[in-house]
Design a protein around this ligand. Structure first.
Ligand SMILES: Cc1ncc(COP(=O)(O)O)c(C=O)c1O
Length: 490
């Protein structure tokens, strides 16, 4: 009966509607279900699952709330601001409010240390970085064309870049032998392989700072990436939505700086930005495409009709982002709090013998549990992951959901909870590791077991991202499951 219903839908619905490229039909949904069935609460459900799969940044919400209280005129839903209600309510122009574009351009420059200036006329709006990434694909590639994506990468890229556009993704494999650096050799190998397979590569997309690694690209790497795409005459999309989450040195270097220092065809360079991570506002759905290509700006602006930022949101944010004093102190305090949280969390892990890739940005750590795997295989990674969810009751994310081809890495978010919840999570990890040391069967080997070879050389493959399962926890900046509560400990 149910089967008949499905095949009937295949006949009456579109290929996009019935395709699996949204990525939500995967075994990884189990982690979210486990969290949803049993969400942690410090008093009401202290043995519940702690959500560590959510890259959110609410650590400075108190500062934003204070600003909102002090600036009632910036909201149109206050007695002080209601006079602007009519103007804002009718505003429908897809160019966006001029003051919003000016404020965003200034914000982007500030986050990049004032070393680059952004032209407000190149700011194209979209519904979050999700919408921005899809919009730029629609502008640059046709169905069946491909984009190169270094792995490990943001696991919703399959959906965001490919589901509705028909664009395919080709993995550029990076590995731990050089801290997952994006090398020219890896780029060349993936490109060559795609050519052999008759795949038309239109561009390369990178995230800087990286999700899931929490690292920034150094100037030399960025230069070699820019020269690679120039040689091939393909596009470069830089997803820089974690730019303001950099909390320690080395500082952030944006592609916008690098192209000031070298010869390159700027028509090939496009930046994606958002306020979802930098300001912790994923619910506001502010995504930006900043392209150096006039045709892309023109076409992208028309396309932005499909995913505009509400003018109410633009209005509020224009005032907030233009408040120089507030922004300066907000950004400084945000990186101070992220640095503190990162230090507490990684030190806690170190005390039980768990290391993470050294990182300086992001809202997560890239945790190395390779020596806890029974064998160096994805199946073992998933087994351990299930154990962590079901027994330790932490919803972390396995490396395979980020297309990491080296098993045993897990992404753990540390910013979406309060200090006490971090403490509970660390205590649970400690108990789990101690249990392993005592020889209990974790479906994995205890931590004292032999380390695997770290210089694993991985072969480059041109498999597309959607060939492998994606983790639903990354399908959306928030839970993909309706009514999934993010438990915020009080
Ligand atoms: C690298 C990357 N790009 C895009 C997104 C989507 O962000 P937004 O909430 O702005 O749509 C995310 C969210 O986690 C991300 O990590």
């Amino acid at each position: 009966m149910a089967m008949g219903f499905v095949s009937e839908n295949h006949q009456i619905l579109s290929k996009i509607a019935t395709s699996d490229r949204h990525g939500e039909n995967s075994a990884y949904f189990e982690g979210w279900k486990a969290y949803d069935r049993n969400p942690f609460h410090p008093t009401k459900n202290p043995h519940g699952v702690i959500q560590m799969g959510l890259a959110e940044n609410p650590l400075c919400f108190d500062l934003i709330e204070e600003w909102i209280r002090n600036n009632p005129k910036a909201s149109i839903c206050t007695p002080e601001g209601v006079n602007e209600f009519r103007n804002i309510a009718i505003f429908q122009d897809y160019h966006g409010l001029p003051e919003f574009r000016n404020a965003v351009a200034k914000f982007m420059g500030r986050v990049r240390g004032g070393r680059v200036q952004f032209d407000p006329n190149r700011i194209v709006m979209s519904g979050g970085a999700t919408g921005a990434n899809e919009l730029i694909m629609f502008c640059l590639a046709d169905p069946g064309d491909a984009f190169l994506v270094p792995s490990p990468c943001y696991s919703a890229f399959g959906r965001d870049l490919g589901w509705r556009t028909g664009v395919n993704l080709v993995t550029v494999n990076c590995d731990s032998s050089n801290n997952f650096k994006i090398t020219k050799a890896a780029l060349e190998a993936a490109y060559e392989k795609a050519q052999e397979d008759n795949i038309n590569v239109k561009g390369l997309i990178i995230t800087n700072p990286s999700n899931p690694l929490g690292t920034t690209l150094d100037r030399e790497t960025l230069k070699s990436v820019v020269s690679f795409i120039n040689e091939k005459n393909i596009h470069l999309v830089c997803d820089e939505i974690y730019a303001a989450t950099v909390f320690s040195s080395p500082g952030f270097v944006s592609v916008s700086e690098v192209i000031q220092e070298m010869e390159c065809n700027r028509d090939l360079i496009h930046i994606v930005s958002s306020l979802s991570k930098d300001m912790g506002l994923p619910g506001f759905r502010v995504g930006i495409v900043y392209s150096y290509n006039d045709a892309v700006v023109n076409c992208g602006r028309k396309m932005s009709s499909f995913g505009l930022v509400s003018s109410q949101t633009q209005y509020l944010l224009a005032a907030m982002l233009s408040d120089e004093k507030f922004m300066e102190s907000y950004l400084a305090e945000s990186s101070r709090r992220l640095a503190k949280r990162h230090a507490i969390f990684t030190k806690g892990l170190e005390q039980v013998g768990i290391t993470c890739l050294t990182s300086n940005a992001g809202l997560f750590c890239w945790m190395d549990l390779r020596r806890m795997l029974k064998e160096q295989k994805t199946e073992a990674e998933i087994l351990l992951w299930l154990k962590i969810i079901n027994d330790v009751k932490l919803n972390v994310s396995p490396g395979s959901s980020f297309q990491c081809s080296e098993p045993g890495w897990y992404r753990v978010c540390f910013a979406n909870m309060d200090d006490d919840t971090v403490d509970v999570a660390l205590k649970r990890i400690r108990a789990f590791v101690d249990q392993g040391k005592r020889g209990a069967d974790h479906s994995s080997t205890p931590l004292k077991a032999k380390r695997p070879k770290t210089n694993l050389r991985l072969s480059f493959s041109s498999r597309t991202l959607e060939e492998s399962v994606m983790s639903p926890h990354m399908m959306s900046p928030n839970s993909p499951i309706p009514q999934s509560p993010l438990v915020r400990a009080t």
